[in-house]
Design a protein around this ligand. Structure first.
Ligand code: FES
Length: 111
């Protein structure tokens, strides 16, 4: 018997919890949305500019978990990847995540 189709179109295994440090803010990220999109839905603003993985404005340190990319060549070097840097504008959660991103803000925060 096949598993029932999910209404949100997410692949099995998602959504995953994402925690933004040092703030401690948490949100859920589906397997078809970027971390930026999932954070925005939860009222959390991540720094972005291009939103296509080239400008690096959103670069963040992944402390725990695993992501994949929507684009073939995200703008992080092999060394940066090894150190844990990710680009949340084009990264999709593949597990629960802890991300270090002090520049994150609440959308209702005027600063
Ligand atoms: S916003 Fe430009 S790389 Fe993420």
């Amino acid at each position: 018997m096949n598993a029932p189709a999910r209404q949100d179109g997410a692949a099995p295994g998602g959504p995953f919890q994402v925690r933004i440090e040092p703030h401690g803010w948490c949100f859920e990220a589906g397997s078809r949305q970027s971390l930026f999109e999932a954070a925005r839905q939860a009222g959390i603003r991540l720094p972005t500019l291009c939103r296509n993985g080239t400008c690096r404005t959103c670069i963040a340190l992944l402390r725990e978990g695993r992501v994949r990319y929507r684009v073939e060549w995200p703008g992080v070097s092999a060394d940066e990847r090894e150190q844990g840097y990710i680009l949340p504008c084009v990264a999709v959660a593949e597990s629960a995540l802890i991300i270090e991103l002090p520049e994150a803000r609440r959308w209702d925060d005027p600063y």
